[in-house]
Write a protein that binds this ligand. Structure first.
Ligand code: 4AD
Ligand code: MG
Length: 427
């Protein structure tokens, strides 16, 4: 038997035709004359009606929420039904009768997170996961158009990329190892062969902060480019974000509408993005009356205040060296300033960090020592400067932070199917 996707029916392609659908019971309402069953499949939700006296009545009566089933019937236009069409049912076949489903209307956010494995069936999570999948596809499209090679970095690593405080350690047989915080150092290795590389892979942060924008495991879009400078980097990042937003505004209209997410902000994303230096940022914050000193890292409140002013993604660049990682290249005529840049967006703040990498071996060695890191941990990294060093740049963008902004999500937790935070790691 051919089963028709529900979305096809809702698009009006099968009016007055006999069709078969399959899926799960989403909601059910029983009247004396009619039983209304909302049935969902991966593509949509449709109202199905069973009339008293029909041979399907007995099956309809025993259906419980989330039972899996197949139905046959005739498609009717009905302005009152959600979606404008309904199925007038002739036959129902139960595939798996569900026990009493724990999720009902009045459940709290906390409860929905406890039963994440079931809540993922909701229309809301279905739509978010669809957009997430598409954004990953748009990312691949963009990098392919720019001749980047997709590569696969390791998850077990031997030395920190982003500093010890957010590093997860683990026993690797009888050695100490870590979970990766960023693929960057490995992408740097690969540009000596492939020049332009990217990956979308998990990163792990032992992040104690409980905020709307922190996970302990997230997906990281990272790229690295040989023979390139800060201008190339900003152009690349602008290009990626613009491509994703443009494609989403064409291809995710229905999802945004059903999620009640504001799609119009995506059209504001076009190059060139506004760019301010860190120093200008500090001045702006002081002018707004915020208490912040040059040399301090920007906190969430600072980032939000700046992002509000722009109302769309923008760059902050040229940060004080002391708040940046050991690998950041400094201006040759301003050794206190790192060629590092973040993209900030409204409500979320930072969604990306990138920059030029120190390509001078002696400066890099001094920097590693200055930061109290062990030089022997970075011996292979120094080899990249020993053998044919090149100017190069790269960045990392958090996929979930990007989605949280795009889809107006209240919390980053909903941007990933199985969130890991300090408190949540089940199922
Ligand atoms: O700013 P970060 O730490 O930069 C790096 O890891 C660089 N090595 C990237 C590179 O140049 N290849 O992390 C980059 C981005 C952040 O801007 C943020 O979007 C995301 O990763 N991110 C997180 N997302 C969710 N939860 C967390 N705990 C995150 N930490 C960072
Ligand atoms: Mg950062």
């Amino acid at each position: 038997m051919r089963f028709t996707p529900i979305r096809e029916i809702l698009l009006g392609k099968h009016e007055n035709e006999k069709v078969a659908i399959r899926g799960w019971v989403y909601r059910k309402r029983e009247g004396k004359e009619t039983i209304f069953i909302l049935v969902r499949d991966s593509t949509g939700v449709i109202q199905c009606t069973v009339k008293a006296g029909s041979s399907a009545w007995a099956e309809a009566e025993r259906l419980t929420i989330e039972s899996s089933l197949t139905l046959e019937g005739t498609v009717k236009q009905d302005k009152r039904a959600v979606g404008g069409y309904e199925l007038s049912v002739d036959a129902i076949s139960v595939v798996g009768l569900a026990e009493l489903f724990p999720i009902s209307k009045d459940k709290s956010e906390e409860f929905l997170r406890d039963v994440r494995h079931l809540w993922l069936r909701s229309r809301r999570m279905n739509l978010i996961m669809r957009v997430r999948g598409k954004v990953q596809k748009f990312t691949d499209e963009f990098f392919e158009s720019q001749d980047f090679v997709e590569v696969s970095p390791p998850m077990f690593i031997t030395s920190a990329c982003e500093g010890g405080s957010t590093l997860f350690g683990l026993k690797y047989f009888d050695q100490n190892m870590y979970l990766t915080q960023s693929a960057q150092l490995y992408l740097e290795i690969l540009i000596y062969s492939l020049e332009k590389v990217y990956c979308v892979a998990p990163s792990f942060r032992a992040e104690k902060s409980r905020t709307i924008r922190h996970l302990t495991e997230y997906w990281h879009i990272e790229a690295e480019q040989a023979f390139a400078d800060m201008e190339d980097l900003m152009r690349l990042e602008e290009g990626l974000l613009t491509h994703i937003c443009q494609r989403a505004s064409e291809q995710c209209k229905e999802e945004f509408a059903e999620l009640k997410a504001d799609i119009s902000k995506l059209a504001l994303v076009k190059p060139p993005f506004p760019k301010i230096t860190y120093t200008e940022g500090i001045e702006k914050l002081k002018a707004k009356g915020l208490n912040v000193m040059w040399g301090e890292d920007l906190g969430y409140e600072h980032e939000k205040a700046l992002a509000e002013e722009f109302g769309k993604p923008f760059f902050i660049y040229d940060y004080p060296k002391q708040i940046k990682a050991f690998y950041c290249k400094t201006h040759r005529d301003r050794p206190d300033i790192a060629m590092s840049t973040d993209i900030l967006v409204p409500r979320i703040g930072e969604i990306s960090t990138g920059g030029a990498r120190e390509d001078d071996k002696e400066i890099l060695v001094a920097r590693i020592k200055e930061m109290g890191l062990k030089i022997e941990d970075y011996d292979w990294y120094l080899d990249l400067r020993r053998y044919g060093t090149i100017p190069h740049v790269g960045f990392g963008m958090g996929l979930e932070r990007l989605l949280t902004w795009m889809l107006d999500l209240e919390n980053i937790i909903d941007a990933i199917p199985f969130p890991r935070t300090t408190r949540r790691f089940y199922p």
